[in-house]
Design a protein around this ligand. Sequence first.
Ligand code: DX5
Ligand code: ZN
Length: 217
Amino acid sequence: MQHLVAPSLLAANFLRLENDVLMVNESHADLFHVDVMDGHFVPNISFGFSIIKQIKSIARKPLDVHLMISNPDQYLNDFKEAGADWLSVHYETCPHLHRSIQQIKALGMKAGVVINPHNNVELLQGILPFVDYVLLMSVNPGFGGQGFIESTYSRIRTLKQMKEALNPDLLIEVDGGVDTVNATKLVKEGADIIVAGSAVFQSENPLDTIKRLKYLT
Ligand code: DX5
Ligand code: ZN
């Protein structure tokens, strides 16, 4: 499968958000990555339902919503209503993760679990057969523009082995510090989806950067 590219709107220009959404519509990207932060699970606050609804009203690609919030169970239905097509929750925030994943699926969304850089991917063994994707954080969640954590490569390798044994359809998504330089190796190791925020929106030509992330050399 050709890997998917998901530009992270966290790095977009919020004063001209419409332009950036339309740019992604026109680009070779596959998904919109939408980061929701609550100032509690992570030390930053991003945006919520009303912004997501407005993005959804003009987006022509699915919304991949990444919840960095405490107690996500309380809001699963609201995110569906706001327009999420894919919804991921952090392993660290869900004491009843299997139930959360089943609820996301029952609402008609693709269900993902996210894991922080300090947690071993082996922790996901029990939930792996039930999720559509795993989002591996390659930075500590909360901010764009951070440096990529190199141990991510071996984490992808381990997760790929688990995927082959437990859920061959699983997609592996990598998020944080991804750029046109490290993307090739990430995909080679087994990343199916690459998220990129600053690498796209802070580049001189975001359309061209997305194309380069999609057609890696
Ligand atoms: C970080 C977010 C990322 C972020 C990536 O907590 O989950 O999606 O937007 O930004 P870059 O690509 O700039 O590291
Ligand atoms: Zn994210």
